[in-house]
Design a protein around this ligand. Structure first.
Ligand code: ZN
Length: 394
């Protein structure tokens, strides 16, 4: 259910800035919690709840969160245990608050000061029992918002004999920053890296489609769907996560498998697969869209091609000087690799948990060398794979 949408989208004029100064989240004496957000002007917004885990989601039209830190709003974890915000889709941003206990909004308002024009979003929450919360939770069926949130994939050249389309998937984005270290966010590093790789591939006459080309959230399922609709020939998801297990460092290439190759990779896949939850996406009923026996059969044909692509990419990055992980080929159940018919790999270009890798990723010279290594490997794999095609068909 949607709790509020008091201003119509047509009244939209300009970008509202979130002012961290007077904004705050406070737990009251009697178990309630108040969220107060100061905006430079009123904007259309809506509030809803999601369950498993319990979250409060607020969507805004045209709100700019730059310069706002989580700690500006949430001094310490309380009834709201954690908080994220940022761009969600073009023209929209989102705040996702993790609730430590089930709470429902008791009052929601956005009074606008007639003198300054400033608006204050106020949401007061009160604890309820889990059943009451579950009954209230769910993405509101509101076509005006839903249509705006579902960004259609950009059209690509139609599939033909001479077309080779690489789908580049910069990890995370928008409300989901990915790993953060030393003031750097994985989502920004990966977009920069993907842009560089796209330019290198396009220079070589290879078609490229990006699952995102700005700081926006894209659901995992949408990333797979974009590749599928464009009939991509190769899908590459780009990451630089923090992985505490085993002091992870060095470039690593992952392919899809039901069984994880090792515990660290299992943890990594589990965290990646949570990124829709982090961004406040509603996964109810969206799960098994890629299940089914026919898809399994298609996957059996695609899997060796994915593994071959992964091996070629490892060789290419190694040739570019790496540094590579001590076990650079790994596998686990990454949701984003579940295209049945498109060879798909996930590259951890490095790990932000390693200072060496972080320094490399920030270095434009290192990035250019790595991009060249990956671009070369893509061309090698394309030719190898094309040569194998007649054999597969026999
Ligand atoms: Zn990542």
């Amino acid at each position: 259910m949607a709790f509020s949408n008091p201003v119509s989208a047509q009244e939209l004029t300009a970008l509202a800035r979130v002012d961290p100064g007077p904004s705050e989240i406070t737990d009251g004496w009697f178990g309630g919690t108040t969220l107060r957000l100061q905006l430079s002007q009123g904007v259309p917004f809506r509030v809803f709840l999601l369950d498993n885990p319990a979250r409060l989601v607020v969507d805004f039209r045209e709100a700019d969160w730059s310069g706002v830190k989580t700690s500006d709003l949430l001094a310490e974890p309380g009834n709201i245990s954690d908080l994220r915000f940022g761009p969600f889709q073009p023209g929209w941003s989102r705040l996702v608050a993790d609730l430590a206990q089930p709470m429902l909004p008791r009052e929601i308002g956005m009074p606008v000061d007639s003198g300054s024009g400033q608006a204050t979003l106020e949401i007061s929450l009160k604890p309820v029992d889990p059943a009451e919360f579950s009954a209230a939770a769910g993405t509101p069926p509101d076509p005006a918002w839903t249509m705006a949130l579902a960004a259609p994939p950009k059209p690509a050249k139609p599939k033909g004999e001479d077309r080779f389309l690489v789908v580049l998937d910069p990890g995370h984005g928008g409300v989901d920053p990915g790993a953060e270290s030393d003031g750097v966010a994985e989502k920004d590093l990966m977009l920069a890296f993907a842009n560089g790789l796209r330019d290198a591939l396009v220079r070589d006459g290879i078609d490229v489609l990006m699952t995102r080309d700005s700081d926006m959230f894209v659901a995992l399922e949408t990333r797979v769907a974009i590749a599928h609709q464009a009939q991509g020939d190769l899908f590459i998801s780009l990451h630089a996560d923090i992985l505490q297990q085993g002091g992870a460092k060095g470039a690593t290439v992952y392919t899809l498998s039901d069984e994880a190759s090792d515990t660290a990779t299992e943890h990594l896949a589990a965290r990646h697969n949570r990124s829709d939850i982090i961004a406040g996406a509603d996964l109810t009923g969206s799960d098994d869209q890629v299940a089914g026996i026919l898809l399994d059969l298609a996957r059996q044909e695609t899997e060796p091609r994915s593994v071959a692509a992964a091996k070629t990419l490892v060789a290419g990055m190694k040739g570019a000087g790496g540094p590579m992980n001590r076990r650079p080929l790994r596998m686990a159940g990454f949701s984003v690799l579940k295209s049945a018919d498109i060879p798909s790999v996930l590259i951890e270009i490095g790990f932000l948990s390693s200072q060496r890798d972080l320094n490399n990723l920030r270095d434009p010279v290192w990035r250019a060398v790595m991009v060249a290594g990956i671009a070369d490997a893509i061309k090698v794999w394309r030719d190898q794979d094309a040569a194998l095609k007649p054999l597969i068909r026999q």
